[in-house]
Design a protein around this ligand. Structure first.
Ligand SMILES: *Cc1c(COP(=O)(O)O)cnc(C)c1O
Length: 414
């Protein structure tokens, strides 16, 4: 049984060929960039690139209005600002997400409240959200983690019942659908990121959809990303009626975005194919819980994350991760180091240096153990990269290696 000796123990590696790679940027982006420079302005309101980028994005997503921003974090802040989230309000979100999800909440001096996750889809559910609703809840930020959609119908029903706004964090869920509808078009606002690690990149950048389709909501959202300049309403530089940051996208980002958007469909289609094959290939391996895709959901796999059933394995998560890496399959233990509420900012209740505002407005529970499923996910997860440039063989090798490592560490039935 030569082939069953782990590479970790001196056996033959499963993966002997390099993973597929490719170029994300080409002459398409260069041509757009050159045109942007030739405009003799890089300001979005005078040039045409950001406008074109948004027009293309709107037609791809079939939405009437969206606003370009400088990042995904900015997009989320803009959505919350436009939704009227303010000091002392509570915003319910996921404990497993990029910290950018909560930055805007705290900058509005509102309070992040964390809802537990489904143990296998890693998404918030209407049930876990409802447990956290209080009279102060103003909004929910759902996170379609790794491109897997949240079960939105019950969440939207809940939001309607309690009169709460829904912001979708779609930074990882480009072209993801739920019951045939694109994520980012289901809630009140959909927020996207084009930072360099997402499906498409403009270096940094983001977009917010304004799903009410109401022109005045669009103007408010737009103004919130642009120091309260209300540029569509002709009389630029009206009175400054409320605080709004400068989160503008430049023409350079817009130019690259135009070319990147044209590639989005194949990127997501390819990632879906690869992710689905991986999911199916490891579906019945003992000791492995595959990532569960939400019913009637279509996942664009920003990454693939499984969890280990450690009761069926003789190894620790770290041993499993190392053994898999030795087989030639790069992987990470978990996603973020710990659930967000375990971070010092929440444990010390200190959003601003030397100040406990807004946490001192009430009593908020960030105790470890408060979202047990989320904590368990991060303690048992193995995260695998998915890239649109991977070959079919790359995925087959991943499946063989996961099988090999899991079989080796599988507890025999006593
Ligand atoms: C990347 C990301 C963000 C933040 O986007 P930036 O462009 O880096 O600010 C927010 N939420 C999620 C889920 C992300 O993956």
């Amino acid at each position: 049984m030569e082939g069953n000796i782990l590479a970790l123990n001196g056996g033959a590696k499963v993966k002997t060929t390099p993973f597929g790679t490719g170029h994300r940027f080409g002459l398409e982006e260069a041509k757009e960039l050159l045109e942007a420079l030739e405009q003799n302005t890089l300001f979005y309101h005078f040039g045409h690139k950001v406008k074109q980028f948004l027009q293309d994005f709107n037609s791809l997503y079939q939405v009437k209005y969206s606003v370009a921003t400088s990042s995904g974090t900015a997009a989320l802040h803009v959505a919350l600002g436009a939704a009227g989230v303010t000091a002392g309000d509570e915003v319910i979100t996921s404990p497993i997400t990029d910290q950018g999800t909560v930055v805007g909440i705290l900058y509005q001096n509102a309070i992040p409240v964390f809802a537990d996750l489904d143990p296998h889809s890693y998404t918030m559910t209407a049930t876990s959200i409802e447990e956290k609703i209080t009279a102060k809840t103003k909004a929910i930020i759902v996170v379609h983690l790794a491109g897997n959609p949240c079960d939105m119908d019950p969440i939207m029903e809940l939001a309607k019942k309690y009169n709460i706004k829904v912001v979708e964090d779609c930074a990882q869920s480009y072209l993801t659908t739920y019951k045939g509808r694109l994520t980012g078009t289901i809630g009140d606002y959909g927020c996207f990121s084009t930072n360099d690690f997402k499906h498409i990149s403009t270096g940094d950048g983001g977009m917010v959809t304004v799903n009410s389709g109401i022109e005045s909501d669009y103007f408010t959202t737009h103004a919130f990303a642009d120091k309260n300049y209300r540029r569509q309403e002709d009389a630029v530089m009206k009175d400054i009626e409320y605080l709004a940051p400068n989160y503008r996208m430049t023409e350079l980002q817009g130019a690259v975005g135009i070319a990147q958007l044209k590639k989005l469909n194949w990127i997501c289609t390819r990632r879906n194919e690869l992710g689905e094959r991986l999911k199916q290939g490891i579906a019945t391996i003992k000791g492995i819980n595959p990532m569960k895709i939400t019913k009637e959901g279509w996942c664009s796999y920003w990454f693939y994350m499984l969890t280990l059933n450690l009761e069926q394995l003789t190894c620790s998560r770290e041993e499993f991760s190392e053994a898999l890496a030795e087989e030639g399959i790069p992987n990470q233990s978990g996603y973020i180091p710990k659930v967000l509420y375990a971070q010092p900012i929440f444990q010390k209740k200190q959003a601003y240096l030397n100040n406990h505002y807004p946490f001192n407005l009430g009593t908020y529970d960030y105790s470890v153990g408060s979202c047990p499923n989320a904590e368990n996910i991060l303690e048992t997860a193995i995260r695998l990269n998915i890239s649109e440039f991977y070959t079919d063989q790359d995925i087959e090798d991943m499946i063989v290696a996961i099988n090999k490592v899991a079989s080796f560490y599988s507890k025999s039935i006593s």
